[in-house]
Design a protein. Structure first.
Length: 298
C-alpha cells in the first residue's frame, strides 16, 4: 500500500474531527462546566484523554503551543471539570454539530459503514510511543454511528499527529520553527499560526532566523528549495508512520473509507463548520489525486 493512502484518509477525516474546535456547541458545553474561554476549552477537551495532566505534559504532546499559553489554561481547567466530564462534553458537542450539519443523512447506512471501517482502522493503531493516540484509543466508542465515527477519526488523527511530532524531532525542527515553516508554504495564515499558538514577535523572528541559517528560508522569509525539500521529507515520513492502520485495513476497505469520509467532509466544509484557511493545514478544496498537499500541524 502506498504511503499516500494515509494522507487521503487525513484529508477527509480531519474536517470531521476538527468540528470540535470551531463549533459553538463545544464552547457552550464547556462554559456550562465553568471553563473560562475558548483556549481553556480547547486544551481541556483535547488533553482529557490523557487524564488530569500538568501543563508540561500538554506542552510536550501538543508540541507547537507556547508553554506560557498552555499554562494559562492547565492545570486550572481541572479545577472546573474532570477529564471524564470533558470527554462527555466534547463528544456530545461533536455529535450535535454533525447532526446539525448533516440532518437525517447522519443516520444512513453509508455513515454506519464508514464508522465501522474507521473503527477497524483505529483498532489497528499500535499506540506505543504515541501518547495522544493511546489516550483516545482507550476511550470506549459509542454505539451511535456518528459518535463512533468521530471518536475513531480522532484516534487516527492523533495517531498521525504523534508520528508527525516524532518526525519533526528527528529533523531537529523546534515547535516555533515548524510553525514558521508551515506559514512559509502558504498552507496556513501566518498571523493565525503565531497568535493562535502564543509566540511573540521576537520568538517568531528567532525561529525564522534559525531556518534561514539552515538554508530553508530566503532572506525575505519565503521557503527555499532546500526548505521545501526538507518539509517534503517530513511529510513523507509522517505519511509512512501513519500508514499501519490502513495497511491492516487493506486497499479496498481503505478506499471505501476514503469514499465514505469524502461527502461528510464536504458537508462540514461547505457549512463553514471548519474554516477553509485553517491552522491545521488541511487543504480545502482538496488537491487533485496524485497531488495531495502537505499535512499541517495538530
Amino acid at each position: 500500500m502506498e504511503d499516500g493512502a494515509a494522507r487521503r484518509v487525513w484529508q477527509f477525516a480531519e474536517p470531521i474531527h476538527a468540528v470540535t474546535y470551531f463549533a459553538p456547541e463545544t464552547r457552550a458545553a464547556t462554559d456550562a462546566l465553568g471553563l473560562r474561554g475558548g483556549w481553556m476549552s480547547y486544551f481541556g477537551c483535547r488533553a482529557a484523554p490523557l487524564g488530569r495532566v500538568p501543563a508540561p505534559v500538554v506542552v510536550a504532546t501538543f508540541f507547537n503551543f507556547h508553554p506560557v499559553m498552555v499554562a494559562r489554561a492547565v492545570p486550572e481547567v481541572w479545577k472546573h471539570a474532570t477529564p471524564e466530564q470533558l470527554l462527555d462534553a466534547r463528544l456530545t458537542a461533536a455529535g450535535d454539530v454533525l447532526e446539525r450539519i448533516m440532518g437525517d443523512e447522519i443516520y444512513g447506512p453509508g455513515l454506519r459503514r464508514t464508522a465501522e471501517l474507521a473503527g477497524r482502522a483505529a483498532d489497528a493503531c499500535d499506540t506505543v510511543g504515541r501518547s495522544l493516540a493511546a489516550g483516545n484509543a482507550a476511550i470506549r466508542r459509542s454505539a451511535v454511528p456518528h459518535l463512533a465515527l468521530w471518536q475513531a477519526v480522532t484516534t487516527l488523527r492523533e495517531y498521525r499527529g504523534d508520528g508527525h511530532v516524532a518526525t519533526l524531532l528527528r529533523h531537529e525542527i523546534a515547535p516555533c520553527e515548524a510553525l514558521v515553516l508551515q506559514g512559509a508554504t502558504g498552507r496556513s495564515p501566518v498571523d493565525g499560526l503565531q497568535s493562535g499558538r502564543g509566540w511573540s514577535n521576537p520568538e517568531w523572528s528567532a525561529a525564522a532566523e534559525a531556518l534561514r541559517a539552515r538554508g530553508w528560508l530566503t532572506a525575505d522569509g519565503a521557503i527555499s528549495d532546500d526548505g521545501r525539500r526538507a518539509r517534503d521529507e517530513v511529510e513523507t515520513e509522517t505519511d509512512h508512520l501513519a500508514l499501519a492502520p490502513f495497511r491492516a485495513l487493506g486497499n479496498d476497505s481503505t478506499g471505501d473509507l476514503v469514499a465514505g469520509l469524502r461527502p461528510l467532509a464536504v458537508w462540514v466544509m461547505s457549512a463553514g463548520a471548519v474554516p477553509a484557511a485553517n491552522l491545521m493545514g488541511v487543504p480545502w478544496p482538496p488537491a487533485q489525486p496524485g497531488r495531495e498537499a502537505p499535512m499541517g500541524l495538530p
